[in-house]
Ligand binder design. Sequence first.
Ligand SMILES: [Zn+2]
Length: 307
Amino acid sequence: MSSRKLSRITNIWSKVVKGEGGKIFSRIVIEATETFEPVIRNRNGGVLLKADGVVPNMPEGSIEVNDGLVREVLLNQAGPGLTEVSVHLHHPAEWRMEVAEGIPFRTIITLDRSFISELFQGRIIVIDPGHGGEDTGARGPVNLVEKNVVLPISLNLKELFEQAGAQVILTRSKDEKVSFKSRATVARDAGADLFISVHTYSNSDSKVGGTAVLYANSCRESLEAAVLVKEELVKKLKLADRGFKERKKHYLLQGVPDIEVEVVTITNWVEEGLLRSPTIHKKAAEGIFNGVKNYFAAAAQRHEVLL
Ligand SMILES: [Zn+2]
C-alpha cells in the first residue's frame, strides 16, 4: 500500500476544442486534489480510466455531455480508494491521455472527432432564421419577439456546422425581411443537402410549451431529419416533446430536404424567460447539430450498405 495522500476528484468537465491543423477534438478534463497515476484502456467502444488512491469528491453518476461524440462520462467509486471514470461514446474514436501536474492535478482525455468531420465534409447546409425586419414573428408574454431569438440560435448552429467542416449559408444574418422565395431559392441554387428553418412555437395558452419539428410531406429525408433532430433537441433542452407535424413541401425547394424546428414555445412564460439567456441558444444549436449529425451518419451507413 502506498502511503501517498488520497487524491480527490473535484471536477470533471468537457469541451470541444480546435487543435493543431484546425482538427477538432472532444476534451475531457478530470481535476483532482493530488497527483495519481491513471490507468486507461478501451472498453465497450469507449474509454475506461481507473484511478487507484483516488476517491470522488463530487456526486457520482452520469455527467451528460452529448457533444456529438461523447455521450456521457460516468464517475463511480469501484472499491475502497478506487475510482472509475468511463467515457461513453456515440461513435468509436481514437483518444490519447495526458496528465498536467499542478493544483488541481489534471487528467486530460482528448478524443478525435474525425468521424464527425467526415460526415460533414462537402455538405452544404442552409440555415433559415425565421422572420426578420417588420415581420417580428410571435411575441412572448413579456414581449420577447421570435425574430430576435431565432437569429442567435442560427448563428450558434452555423458555428457548429462550420467547425465540423460543412459549408453553411444563412438566409439572413441580420434583422431584415427576407421573402420565402429568396430563402428557398438560395437553398435550391446551392444544391443544399438540408434546409433548416429555425422558429419558435406560439400558442394562445401561455401554459402550453415544448419543442416540435415540422417536416415536408412526401419527402422521406425530411421526415428522417425531423425525427433525429427532435430526438436530440428534446434531449438537450429537456422541455415538453410536442412531436412532429407534417407540412406541405414547398415547390421552390424542389429536391432539398427541409425541416422547420420549433425550438421552444415563446408564448410560454417559462420558456420565454429561458430564451433570454444565451445558454439556451447554444443548447438548442447543439441539439439540432447532434440530430443533423445522426441524419448524415444514417445516410452514410445506408450508402455503405449499398456499396
Ligand atoms: Zn415563426
